[in-house]
Write a new protein. Structure first.
Ligand SMILES: Cc1cc2nc3c(=O)[nH]c(=O)nc-3n(C[C@H](O)[C@H](O)[C@H](O)COP(=O)(O)OP(=O)(O)OC[C@H]3O[C@@H](n4cnc5c(N)ncnc54)[C@H](O)[C@@H]3O)c2cc1C
Lengths: 416, 502
């Protein structure tokens, strides 16, 4: 155990769940300081207010493998394990957790769950909620509780694992996780299409629902994002227009067949060009797509969740505001990097309110995904209350009755 | 470890009224409920209520006092508010196929049966979701989607009868769970009437919603978080093709090794079902498929996906099976042959009916690689108790369903079935597994909860239930073993008798 001080923010680095549980218990009984769980610190700009005062729990030493029965394809690890470290361990056995995590050299498993991080592959593999089969966490009183177990199928007791997904450190500190793993695919390729009109993009995306191929990811980007993605991947890709980039995974002959097949299928939507990207280049490009949602040094990154059929309408409005857009198009998940010209908080608020107009409030959500840390307290995370908000508040009060877990952020989550 | 228990754990449940047929409050409640659902939507005659005294788990029985069949969310909300006003318990029932007593109306009260709310409200292929009412029969949704290229993936073996609302409450799985996941992986959102009568929406048709995953938390609540009145489910693309095989092994250990190797080779079959020698013999006696009677295990293996990918997968599977000393492999090359192979699996239960007057299907889970140990233990248990136990189950998930054969007229055998079941489930836990993979805790396995979870785990679950269902007026005394019943319960323990298989 070690405690470091930096201003009025202390750091606590537990080396075991028990130690962490004891610390939080004592905090609840005695000092009642605010507690900020921190993993790889990749999302803290929005998850924690800038003017932190209290104790930051650094989970970096909670990084042990508890159990890895390789042939059962499950693993139990402590929640502070970095995603790269996890990937290295399971990759050696030909396995993987099929969740795309940006900055995976820093991001931790607990952080991925707390922020519900996902990427392009979510279209075919789902999100972290689909892979967590057991969890241990510590609530605001210091109670270390668990849910689920270590087997892939289990319905004993309430599914407390789920409520921690997306909980942003406000409900409990996630300390240990059991995961269901998948085999690594043999190969991957991507197909990069350029389109000059939104109408063609929409038609192509619409045709995807009955395509003879089974993509693992369907990414859209507008030209501003396409230029950055092409440059970052160091590949010569046409990026002056709208881009849809599709990925396929599996045995190489099957992957190749699908890449050629989609080009044939999409001929009728008059793409300006189409290009198959294979092997190392495909991996590199894919990684850029994974990283892009957090890679920007723009002042604010937005995330919108809309129905796929309504996505292009939102994209059009955002593009007009000079926002660089990447979207997991088949899922209606849109990331938008605001232009540098949005230099004041007023500008940002203005853009947010304009964008809100192009979202159907019954089925769409706009959230602030990353921002300059000095703005984080002034911008709501969620631009409207999510469904079940009143129950979320009750859960928060029940698991953290003294409002000690990242609580300021919780009350600021929703724009009032 | 911080030993701290939640105070809620020690509280007695809110004392709820027991309705007495013919009493003034009974008549008043019946009258008001009739105003809501009409005379055709209510039952309160003792004879008519008998059907509702148990579900697929018939060890415990108790009838509700009143059964109502609402047709709208608003009606349910009003019914629930009335129950609160009269302080009587209520609970939801779908098709009543639960195998753990989820529909047991402990303390009587009002049973809200959802089978009249069975409409599809929306199918949206572009956005890959459907909105359905909770009483919709699982298979009817799949049928309605035929020809669209999409289906609803969770397919419990009871899918011809069970409802989507029941599936959500129990987080149902099915033979295709290994590849496609269980109900929770396919539920996007829902509407529910909370136990105080308020109406909430959780999740939605979008791929995700911000904040805590509350619709995920709702799934698997076994009817204790209010009444689900609408479900938004994800639709899954149909596979282009299938390949189905039957692999016959000398021993269970070899069959299990083949399962692990197939998955390790990067192939996730859409189904991996195992039948052991006992069930092979039963099937053979009944239907003459030509299985060798001395075979230790038969695996039904199905892969699906793009046509172009399947032959290679089959080639690899055959190679793996060969390396695991497979005795024989039958391949279905035509749709007719595929049907025949599935018939042998599906008729397994018909065959059991010929073996024994009664049977009890258990539900336990072990890590996949521990299958040989649990199956060996089941065999030992069978010998120890002098009970015949056969196995047909979802091997890919490690989800065993030992079927205990007995004669319900013999009290001693009934006791043995109970004890043997308990021993097998204990062993599942010892091997790192669970006492239920898909049938739920209900009332059946409530005593196991404190063996799986410690006081803090249970207290946290209790805290969460308290938010949804603070007075336990909705489906009381299920899932969590917290309270001593207050003597008002009218359950009569009878026998484990025939529990529907799957
Ligand atoms: C032959 C057979 C095969 C089976 N095979 C499988 C299988 O392969 N996989 C599997 O997982 N299960 C299986 N089961 C178990 C059972 O079918 C499932 O649990 C199913 O989901 C129950 O659905 P139901 O509509 O019958 O629900 P019910 O039995 O009516 O209710 C089950 C529980 O859900 C609650 N409930 C029902 N509707 C609602 C609602 N609208 N809102 C809130 N709570 C509600 C009830 O209160 C109860 O607690 C099988 C059962 C049988 C008899």
């Amino acid at each position: 155990m070690s405690s470091l001080h930096s201003g009025d923010l202390e750091e606590f680095v537990p080396t075991s769940q028990i130690e962490l549980s004891r610390f939080i218990t004592e905090n609840a009984i005695a000092t009642q300081k605010q507690i900020f769980p921190a993993g790889g610190r990749t999302s803290l700009s929005v998850c924690c207010p800038a003017s932190l005062s209290g104790t930051q729990i650094c989970t970096s030493q909670l990084n042990k493998v508890i159990d890895y029965p390789v042939r059962d394809m499950t693993i139990t690890v402590e929640a502070g394990m970095r995603i790269d470290q996890l990937n290295e361990i399971i990759s050696a056995e030909g396995q993987r957790l099929p969740i795309d995590v940006p900055q995976s050299n820093r991001a931790t498993l607990g952080g991925v769950i707390a922020t519900n991080t996902s990427g392009p592959k979510r279209f075919s593999y789902g999100t972290i909620r689909d892979y967590v089969i057991g969890i241990s966490a510590i609530d605001g009183k210091g109670n270390l509780f668990k849910s689920g177990g270590r087997v892939v199928k289990n319905v004993a007791g309430y599914d407390l694992k789920k409520m921690l997904v997306g909980s942003l450190g406000t409900l409990a500190v996630i300390s240990q996780v059991s995961l269901n793993l998948r085999p690594k695919p043999e190969s991957m390729c991507m197909v990069w299409f350029a389109f000059d009109s939104y109408v063609n993009v929409e038609q192509a995306l619409n045709a995807m629902i009955t395509s003879g191929t089974r993509p693992t990811a369907v990414e859209y980007c507008n030209s501003k994002a396409a230029r950055q993605i092409a440059a970052e991947s160091r590949l010569d890709l046409p990026s002056e227009h709208n881009v849809i980039c599709i990925s396929y995974e599996g045995p190489s002959n099957v992957v190749k067949w699908q890449a050629n097949h989609i080009i044939e299928e999409w001929n009728e939507f008059s793409p300006l060009s189409s290009q198959i990207i294979e092997s190392d280049h495909a991996t590199r490009l894919y990684n850029v797509f994974t990283e892009y949602q957090t890679s920007s040094d723009d002042p604010v990154t937005l995330k919108a969740v809309v129905l796929p059929s309504q996505m292009m309408k939102f994209v059009e409005s955002a593009t007009q505001l000079n926002i660089a857009i990447q979207a997991h198009a088949a899922d209606g998940i849109v990331f938008g990097h605001l232009p540098d010209s949005a230099s004041s908080l007023e500008d940002v608020k203005q853009i947010l309110s304009q964008l809100k107009k192009s979202i159907d409030h019954k089925t769409g959500y706009l959230t602030v995904y990353q921002c300059e840390s000095e703005w984080s307290e002034l911008l709501p995370l969620f631009c409207s209350p999510p469904p079940g908000w009143s129950l979320m508040k009750q859960l928060k009060n029940a698991l953290d009755p003294d409002q000690l877990l990242n609580s300021k952020r919780f009350t600021e989550l929703v724009e009032t | 470890m911080v030993e701290q228990t939640n105070q809620l754990m020690n509280q007695a449940p809110a004392s709820l009224e027991e309705l007495e047929s013919g009493s003034a409050s009974f008549s008043a409640l019946v009258q008001q409920l009739t105003l809501i659902v009409g005379e055709a939507g209510i039952l309160f005659d003792a004879d008519e209520l008998l059907v509702y005294e148990c579900d697929g788990y018939i060890v415990d029985k108790t009838a509700p006092d009143i059964v109502v069949f609402p047709t709208t969310t608003a009606q349910i909300s009003t019914i629930v508010k009335l129950c609160n006003q009269f302080n009587v318990p209520f609970l939801a029932r779908g098709a009543g196929t639960s195998l753990s007593g989820g529909c047991l109306p402990i303390g009587g009260g009002v049973m809200i049966v959802l089978t009249k709310m069975k409409n599809i409200l929306e199918i949206n292929l572009r956005d890959r979701y459907a909105v359905v009412e909770p009483g919709m029969v699982n298979l009817h949704l799949t049928n309605a989607l035929k020809g669209t290229g999409y289906h609803y993936a969770p397919d419990p073996s009871s899918q011809g009868a069970c409802t989507i609302g029941g599936n959500i409450a129990t987080n149902s799985g099915g033979p295709h769970t290994l590849k496609y996941g269980v109900t929770t992986n396919h539920l996007l959102g829902l509407e529910a009437v909370l136990p105080d009568g308020s109406i909430i929406e959780l999740g939605g048709p979008t791929a995700e919603v911000p904040g805590y995953d509350l619709h995920g938390l709702y799934v698997g609540n076994e009817g204790t978080f209010g009444i689900c009145t609408k479900a938004i489910v994800r639709l899954t693309r149909d596979p282009e093709s299938h390949r189905t095989m039957l692999a016959i092994f000398q021993t269970i250990a070899e069959a299990t090794r083949a399962i692990s190797e197939i998955i390790a080779a990067g192939i996730i079959p859409s189904a991996l079902e195992m039948m052991d020698q006992g069930i092979i013999q039963a099937v053979e006696e009944a239907f003459h498929f030509g299985f060798p009677l001395d075979a230790g295990a038969v695996l039904l293996i199905e892969v699906d996906g793009l046509e172009i990918a399947l032959d290679e997968e089959v080639r690899q599977i055959l190679e793996i099976c060969n390396s695991c000393n497979v005795r024989d492999i039958q391949r279905a090359d035509t749709p007719e042959e595929r049907l025949l192979i599935w018939k042998s699996r599906k008729q397994a239960f018909g065959a059991i009916g010929r073996l024994s007057p009664s049977y009890c299907t258990q539900d336990g889970v072990v890590p996949r690689t521990r299958l040989p140990e649990i199956l060996e233990f089941i065999e030992e248990t069978s010998n120890r108790y002098g009970l015949r136990i056969v196995n047909v189950f979802h091997a890919g998930d490690g989800n065993v369903h030992p079927i205990l054969l007995f004669d319900e007229r013999d009290k001693e055998q009934i006791q043995k079935v109970m004890e043997a079941s308990e021993a097998i489930l204990e062993k599942c836990l010892e091997l790192g597994g669970s006492v239920t993979g898909e049938h739920g805790i209900g009332v059946e396995k409530i005593n196991f909860m404190s063996r799986i979870f410690n006081q803090i785990d249970l207290a946290t679950m209790e805290t969460v239930r308290h938010i949804f269902n603070p007075r336990q007026i909705c489906s009381r005394d299920k899932v969590l073993p917290n309270h001593q019943t207050d003597g008002s319960s009218k359950i009569t323990q009878s026998h484990p008798t025939r529990r529907a298989p799957h």
